[in-house]
Ligand binder design. Sequence first.
Ligand SMILES: Nc1nc2c(ncn2[C@@H]2O[C@H](COP(=O)(O)OP(=O)(O)OP(=O)(O)O)[C@@H](O)[C@H]2O)c(=O)[nH]1
Length: 758
Amino acid sequence: MPHPKRQALIDKYGLNQSTDETLNNLISSIAQLFDVPVAMTAIAQKGHFVFQSRYGLDIDTSPLEDALCVLVLNEEKQVVIPDLLEDERYTESHFAEKRPGLRFYAGTPLVIEDVVIGSVCLIDTKPRQLTEQQCATLHQFSSFISDHIALKREHYQLQNEHSLLDNSPAVMLCWRYENGLILQSVTRNSEDVLGLSHEYITTHQQSFESFLTQASQEEFHFMIQNHLSGVETTEIHLELSNTTRRVWIRLLSKAFFDEEGRLLTIQAIATDNTEQRHFEKRLNDANRQMRLLLEASELGTWDYNTETDHTQVNKRWCDIIGVDYEFYDGSSRFWRQRIHPADLQYVNKKIEAHLKGESKVYSEVYRMRHENGSWVWIETYGRVVERDETGRALRLAGTHRDITERKLAEIHQMKQSQLLGFINKARAAYLENHDLSNACQKILPELIDIADSQFAFIGQIVFENNKRRLFIHAISELSWNSASEALVELYKGRKLYFDSFDNLFGETIKTEQTVISNQLGSHPASVGTPKGHPPIYRFMGLPIQLQGEITGMIGLANKFSNYTEQDAEFLKPLRDALAGLFYAVELETARLEAENQLLRMAMTDPLSGLNNRRAFLEYLGSLSQDEISYFVMLDIDYFKSINDRFGHDVGDSVIKQLGSVLKESIPAPHFTARVGGEEFAIVLHEQSTESVTTRLTKLMETIRHTEFALPNKSSVTVSMGVAAYTCDNTSTALTQADKALYKAKENGRDQIAWFEND
Ligand SMILES: Nc1nc2c(ncn2[C@@H]2O[C@H](COP(=O)(O)OP(=O)(O)OP(=O)(O)O)[C@@H](O)[C@H]2O)c(=O)[nH]1
């Protein structure tokens, strides 16, 4: 039966190959010892035996069925056939007859790894007997051959290993210890790997350490000391200098001790790690340079571990926000709490997005609170430096740069242009409709924004009955109860005034100075806020002055940080602009006043105080046809005789008095004018002729009963001609009224005549 492992073992031990010279010699010695003409080792192969070593045999293989060794293989024990012709197992098969020279056979199993792989056989042409001792000797030879086969394989293996080692990047060294290390062996690759000539060190016996640099010699001694004190394995890095090239090696050593613990030998494997050392050195240099660079560039560094929520930072990071490095708390809560509330949300969003891999770099500019309460502008750059196998970010690292100075300058510049922008806006708004309150209200939100404040107002000083009041052009609308709601209503109706100056904002008016209070209630002028008023934490009052005189003020409240003199200075252009606008309003008012006066003069008859002819004509031009109007021409009766009898002055005073009567009797919306010497025009906006007649009759009565300044106390009468404004132009209506007046004169005067078509 073929053994399942047999063929594998034969392959493993190389027994299917060439004959073994040593075994051949041995077999020939065995043949001589047993005094047989033929001896061999037969290794069972598929269907045949291979005679790996043989003596007295010409053939090197034989089919299985032709070989007696099959018996040994099958029975797995020694087989001795003293005489083949006598053996009943073979007589019938005529086995012996086919092999005339074969009479004696002795075979003993050849065992490798407990498997019979063949046999060691003796053959003779004549019958013979083996003694027990000879059988045992044959057994011993067989096991000797097994050992030989095993040793040979081991030898080959070692040879292979050695050749592998010779070509490997690892050099094996072995030292014996006898009051010092003596290099016993070193693999041939030492020259290639370490630059150490194998020939040189094996022939000159130069100590290994003489090839080391000073520092490495110390390291090597340290390794020996370790082994001497019982340490079994060590790993050191050494630099070889006296070799064909400069090499760094990594030396892994293992010590072997005797039973009493004394060091016997040290075996070591040396590998060239020059490149790694150079790489490490470059890395260290780069790290050092990076550190120097970071220090020189004043960069703070941070390394955030998302797993532990711990952030490692350098000292500069702490210095930027005035935190003592020793007391730095690495939790993310620590730095998140210090981020300006207005910036925190977008910082968090940016970090999240970057951790998710949505951005290549995490970069942001934001504010962090300094230990001293101020805000530091931070420019940060970072990126994920470690992710787990699922891609989840484990570490985010980066730098901090304090850009406060640059940022404040930028903000200042930006705010300045913003300030100029809205100053222009205020001017433009004012020029558009000359409404200062509207202009102030338009810029109030921007003022609040630019001053980083919560509330603001702009007020102008006005005088009423020699009393100073602050008229509020614009104010943040705050109401918290019905009284304050009423104030808001007043404001909307442009009637809000601050009258009392015995408080914090009034202090600005009284002192004409900038007033700053950064702590609620701390200022001597502070009287607190009305109940329910939103709290005021900080306040700044800025005077608006023109040519050294206060003309108004700006009030600002609740800046996120303290108000400063710089803030006041910054808003100076706005204050000056407002002062200019206040002044412009004053000028404008005065100019309008003068203009109106001139206009009034141009349109008024100086004697009667009524509108003059020019005003009357303009008025006619303004009338629209759909208005129901009546034109009246009024003329003093016999006025010439008044002049003639009492003089021109008396005539004048009559005209003057009549003017007063007309003014009183014909109020607006009706219109009266003196259109000639003693001739007057009236435009009545009445609904019917009846009401016209009633009004004019009453006027006649009044004139009749008026005491004119005539020396003879006589009364004055007037005549009137009336025409309805029904035609399409005023001059026709006037002509008609004139015609009616002529009729009234003709008919005897002191009467009203209506125009009638002839
Ligand atoms: N005192 C004075 N007289 C004026 C003024 N303007 C015109 N007169 C005079 O008014 C008089 C007008 O007289 P007439 O037009 O003749 O008419 P009358 O005398 O009023 O007679 P009837 O109109 O027909 O009733 C003239 O004597 C003018 O000199 C003025 O401003 N002051």
